[in-house]
Every structure is written in structure tokens, then in C-alpha cells.
Design a protein around this ligand. Sequence first.
Ligand SMILES: *[C@@H]1O[C@H](CO)[C@@H](O)[C@H](O)[C@H]1NC(C)=O
Ligand SMILES: *[C@@H]1O[C@H](CO)[C@@H](O)[C@H](O)[C@H]1NC(C)=O
Ligand SMILES: *[C@@H]1O[C@H](CO)[C@@H](O)[C@H](O)[C@H]1NC(C)=O
Ligand SMILES: *[C@@H]1O[C@H](CO)[C@@H](O)[C@H](O)[C@H]1NC(C)=O
Ligand SMILES: *[C@@H]1O[C@H](CO)[C@@H](O)[C@H](O)[C@H]1NC(C)=O
Ligand SMILES: *[C@@H]1O[C@H](CO)[C@@H](O)[C@H](O)[C@H]1NC(C)=O
Ligand SMILES: *[C@@H]1O[C@H](CO)[C@@H](O)[C@H](O)[C@H]1NC(C)=O
Ligand SMILES: *[C@@H]1O[C@H](CO)[C@@H](O)[C@H](O)[C@H]1NC(C)=O
Length: 654
Amino acid sequence: MLRHLWLLALWLLGSSPALAEVQSCHASRVQSSVVSSCQAQHHEMLPEIDPSTDILLLNFNLFSNISASSFPRLERLRKLSLGCQLGGSLSIGERAFEKVANITFLDLGGNRKLSLQPTALAGLRQLEVLLLDANGLDETVLEGGYFQDLVSLKRLDLTGNQIKRLRPDASFQGLKLLAVLQLRLNRIKTICGEDLTHLGGRHLSLLDLSSNLLSYRDPWYNHSCPSPFRNITVETLDVSSNPWDVGSAERFFKVMAGAQIRDLKLQHSGAIGRGFGFNNLRGLSASTFSGLSQSRVLSFDMSHGFLSKLGPLVFSGLPELRALRLAANQIHEIRGEAFAGLQHLWTLDLSHNLLGELNTEALQSLRSSLLLHLNLKSNHIGAIQHNALEGLRTLRTLNLQDNALSRVPSGRLPALEHLLLGQNRIKDTWGIGKLSTNLTFLDLSSNRMQDLRGLWNELRGIPALQFLNLSHNQISRCSEHQDRAMPRHSQLRVLDLSENSLNIIWNAGGCVDVFHHLDRLTFLNLSRNNLQTLPEGLFQGLVSLQALDLSGNLMAMLPDGVFQDLRSLQMLGLQGNPLVTLSPSVLQPLQALAFLNLQEVSLLCHCSLWDLEDWLHSTNVTLSGGKEGVTCLVPTPPFPGMPLLFFIQSSCVQ
Ligand SMILES: *[C@@H]1O[C@H](CO)[C@@H](O)[C@H](O)[C@H]1NC(C)=O
Ligand SMILES: *[C@@H]1O[C@H](CO)[C@@H](O)[C@H](O)[C@H]1NC(C)=O
Ligand SMILES: *[C@@H]1O[C@H](CO)[C@@H](O)[C@H](O)[C@H]1NC(C)=O
Ligand SMILES: *[C@@H]1O[C@H](CO)[C@@H](O)[C@H](O)[C@H]1NC(C)=O
Ligand SMILES: *[C@@H]1O[C@H](CO)[C@@H](O)[C@H](O)[C@H]1NC(C)=O
Ligand SMILES: *[C@@H]1O[C@H](CO)[C@@H](O)[C@H](O)[C@H]1NC(C)=O
Ligand SMILES: *[C@@H]1O[C@H](CO)[C@@H](O)[C@H](O)[C@H]1NC(C)=O
Ligand SMILES: *[C@@H]1O[C@H](CO)[C@@H](O)[C@H](O)[C@H]1NC(C)=O
């Protein structure tokens, strides 16, 4: 597909083959290789090239015939690209590549009408990668002994051809290293019995049969299609985007019985499942994948489909499964026992579905499993029944981002470390300590949190917390009835409080001790909180802080001594504050400062800024936008900002 875009781009650039001049190749050295690049130069035959060429690029020319006399002897040539010739057809004659027989990579792709003599590829005993994609080839390419000599071949790309059956001939027995066979976008309908005999004993890392016509609709296949995969193991089998319904998929898996497959992809299978409006289609059942029970599939991906309900035991045919991906379906109901039999499951991805609640029975069957990661992002979950998450004793990551939750889920997940609750409607963290005391990562961004003190009190229950995101909430209160600070020995490293209303809290004198004891904190974001000033002692004790973002606030000046304790601070963001003046003495305690952002601060041009200019001049701190980017304003008559340096030098010479 990409190839056609290239063509289009060339056409748009106006390089019409008929009109333009033939140019000469461009030779360059890339690492230790000599690359001769002669692409899109209107050549009909090989131009003169450096005889020591290692890589020869001839894409988008006008070759129509390649024969043994097309190339001089190029002993060092390793890679040859002849993709997308623009002449309409390309024929490859007998032993066409015998003078470049040391190549390991040959690209003939994108030549829509390719004709190959049976011995066209003879002698290419070093060839490891052969690209024959989009060549208008039919199944004879697999059956005519073309690949006889390719004993080193590892990857064969036949994507986008007209192949109707997969029956590699006996010459494939010699291709002992073949590991990747790409057959996407062909017209293969079935694979049965002896079809793959000549791949016997092979271990393929990828067999891509996606976007073919596999359907097995005819019940004839129940009995008359012995497994073609008996003697082959496949790391990844991709059968996505084939036109099967659930019955024919079931037949296919029965046919495959015994095949050893680690990773099975069945994405975009539009006719499987019972999506809204597809009620005539049968949904998954316990027998759908039963054919795979001996296949030891470890990872199964059925995302981007139309699954709507998961009934009992639907995945019980995949007892070894470690990862099950069901993202982007229309699942709105999970029955009890849906995941029964998946005792080894580590990862379950149910993101981007239509789940409205999580009831007790949905995950019940995973209670004795070893589940580590559960992704429920982007559903419509508004309610989680109180014991729905019960028993997931090993769960480490729970992603509930972008749902409709109004409270932290209840339950006990003793091993939980990462909890993602961003983009919900949660008002407080009540109960979070009960959920897990082992949390290290908590994302509560874009919720409806209000009370800073209440939050801090709850967080005492999760002493291992290292990352806390409270960005985009409504934090504007500090309830004073419980006045306990963060526990000493807090582990918190990253705290994002941007986009809240901390100005309201600190203007009222509340919670000014909120950061005390956070002596391991390295990152603090206070951007966009309408802060007009910073309370005294706010940053007291933040001895590990490396990055502080105060941008986008309303501060007209920085109180002296505000950064007193920040001896580790390397990065300070002050951009977008209406600072009228800035004294370098405020910045002096920041011994480690390396990056400072003073863009869009509206300093008033005044000769008292002389010492700031002097500091800027001598400091090693890197300023965003450069030192010249620090500007000041002359209000009458209004000028756009002028560089501070220019103002001081032109107006304040002593
Ligand atoms: C290509 O080769 C065929 C057969 O060898 C020949 O008939 C034809 O004239 C050749 N075309 C060109 C353009 O050389
Ligand atoms: C392939 O390389 C070997 C050694 O590097 C050389 O002797 C031989 O002639 C080369 N073959 C061709 C066809 O250039
Ligand atoms: C598997 O294939 C290999 C290689 O072709 C062959 O030697 C072996 O007999 C086959 N085994 C079975 C069980 O068919
Ligand atoms: C073929 O198999 C399917 C699915 O396993 C089953 O529903 C159907 O009844 C079978 N048909 C025959 C003729 O055996
Ligand atoms: C909690 O975390 C600690 C440290 O990572 C770990 O040793 C402990 O096993 C965890 N507790 C549970 C119940 O998983
Ligand atoms: C916090 O969450 C917001 C919104 O999801 C995100 O943009 C931001 O990068 C997060 N902060 C950190 C420190 O990861
Ligand atoms: C701080 O938060 C603001 C607003 O969410 C964001 O734009 C900015 O990139 C954050 N700063 C850093 C250093 O991540
Ligand atoms: C800036 O760096 C140079 C070279 O590393 C050093 O000699 C100088 O003392 C530094 N200046 C300041 C103000 O830290």
C-alpha cells in the first residue's frame, strides 16, 4: 500500500518519465557500505555505477526486462532494490541475477505485472529477504519451483498478490531457514490436509494470512479437512480480517487442532460476535475455540471486532493463555464463568468497550488466576459492585481511565501498584488505603477532587506512593478539622497539581504545610493554579526537588527566600506569569539550576533590572528561547517586548 503512495508522490512532483532527462546515480558511503542511489531517474537499463557498490537502489525507474546481461559482475553487492518500475511490466529472465549472486536482499515489490522465468532466481544462495509484494502473482509462484536455490531465505513477502491457495511445492523443503511468510491481502480460501506438507518440521516466527478469504463456511470441512499444521510450529499466526462468522472460525480452529501457535491474532473479524444490529449472528460459545485446546496459545488478540456479550467458558479452549486482548469491541455484558479456565492469564485488555458496570460475576472466574494487568480504560463504567474486584490477589495494574466512576472502587487488591483513575468523576479518595497499601502509582487526573487536606489524609494509608497525578481537578479547599501533614518518610517522587485552584486555598492561609516532609519529591507541577503569590515556607524541606513548574500563574513577583531550600532544583518554569520585576537574589539559592524558562513574563523595562541582566549574562543556566529571548515592556508608548539586554545597554549606561 505504501508503495502506491510513493508513486503518487513522484507523480505529484512532476517527474513524468517520458519527459525528464536520465540522470546519473548518486554514490555515498553509509557506515562501511557504498550505496548507489539511482531511484526515479528514468533508467531503462543499468547506468554506470561504482563496482564496489554494496547497496543498489533502482526503484521507480523504467526497467522492463532484467536478464543475466543486465548487471556487470558486482561481487560486493548485498542489497538490490528494483521495486515499482514505472514501465507497466517487468519480466525477469533466466538466471537474471547470476552476476550479483551474493545479494542477501532483493526487492521486486510493487511491479504490478511481474513475470518470472522459472529459473529467474537461480543461484541466489545467500538471499535472506525476498520482497514480491504487489506483483500480481498467483499461486503458481509457490508451486513452480522458483525458490529452489534460496537455501538462506528467511523472509518471503508475498503481500497483496492474487494467490488463491497455499500449497508450497517440494522446493520449500530446502528452505530450512524460512521463518517469515507474509501472505496478507491475497485470496486464500482454505488450507487443508497436505497443503503445508513441504513446510513440515518448520518453526515459523510469522505466518501472516490476514485479509484473505478464509471462511470454512461449508460444513464439509468438519470431516474432510485434516489439520495442515500438524508438523509446523508458528510463533505468530495472523488470521485477522478474514470473512468468517463464528461457525466457520470454529471449523477453522478444529481444522488446526494440534497446531503449535504462541500468538494468535484474529482482529477485525467483523462477522464474529453479536454486535448491536447483528443479532442474527451467533456469538462466541464454549466450543468456538475448543479446537485450539492442544495448541498452547499464549497470546490471543481479538480486538477491533463486534463482540457484545461474553458467555460462560468462551475462552476455555485456550487454557495456557497469558494475554487476552479484546479491546475495541462492543462488549457490554460479561457473564459469570466468562474467563473460566484461564488459570495462567496475566493480562486482560477490555479497553474501549461498552461496559456500563462491573458486576460480581464478571471477573469471578479469574479469582484463582495469576492476573497481573487489567485494562478497562474507555468503557462507560459507572459502578463497580463492592466485591467485583475481590480475590484478584496478584493484580498489579488496574486501568480504569476514562469511565464514569464517582468513587474509588472498593475491594482489596493487596498487590496493586499502578492504579489509573484519570478522566472519571471522583470527588475524594475515600477507601483507597483499603484497596491497596502497596500502590506506587496513582493517576487521579481530570476528576472532581476538591479537598487537599482530605486527600492527604487518605494518602497516609498508601505510604509507598511515588507518583501522584492530581492535574485537572477542582482542588480548592483545605478542610482544617484534621490537621495532619503527610507522613514523614513519604516516598512521593512525582506530584502533578497543575490545573487546580490552589490560589483559593493558599490565599485563605490553608494547607501551607502541604509539601513539608516530601523530602524525596523530585517533580512538582503547580502550573495554572491562578497563583498570585506563594505562601512563605511553601517549599520548605523539598531538598530533592529537581523540577518545579510554576508556569501559567498570575504572579507579579516572587517573594525573597521562596526557593531557599531547593538546593537540588535543576529546572524552573516561570513562563507565562506577569512578573513585573525579578531580582536575581531570588534565584541565587538555586545552586543546581540548569534550565530556566522566562518566556512570556512581562517584565517592565526599568534600569533596576540591571542586576538581572548581569546575572543572565554571567550564569551558566540555559534559558528557553536563549538569553536574548528575555524581554521587557515599555508601557508608554506601548512597544512590543524588547530584549532586556538591548534596553539595559541603550538606556541605563552609567
Ligand atoms: C524483453 O525481453 C523479451 C524476451 O527476452 C524480448 O522479447 C523483449 O523485446 C525485451 N524487451 C526489451 C524492452 O528489451
Ligand atoms: C561472491 O563473493 C565471493 C567472495 O566474496 C566472490 O569470490 C564471488 O565471485 C562473488 N560472486 C559473485 C557472483 O559476484
Ligand atoms: C515433520 O517434518 C519433518 C521434515 O519434513 C519430517 O522429517 C518428519 O517426519 C515430519 N514429522 C511428522 C510427524 O510428519
Ligand atoms: C460442523 O461443525 C459445526 C461447528 O462445530 C457444527 O455446528 C455443525 O453442526 C457441524 N456440521 C456437521 C454436518 O457435522
Ligand atoms: C507489596 O510490595 C512489596 C514491595 O514491592 C512486596 O514485597 C509485597 O509482596 C507486596 N505485597 C503484596 C501483597 O503483594
Ligand atoms: C497528569 O495527567 C495529565 C492528564 O492526563 C497529563 O497530561 C500529565 O502529563 C500527567 N502528569 C504527569 C506528570 O505524568
Ligand atoms: C505542568 O502541567 C501543565 C498543565 O497540565 C503542562 O502543560 C506542563 O507541560 C506540565 N509541566 C511539565 C514540566 O511537565
Ligand atoms: C560556568 O561554567 C564555567 C565552565 O564550566 C565555569 O568555569 C564557571 O565558573 C561557571 N560559572 C558559574 C557562574 O557557575
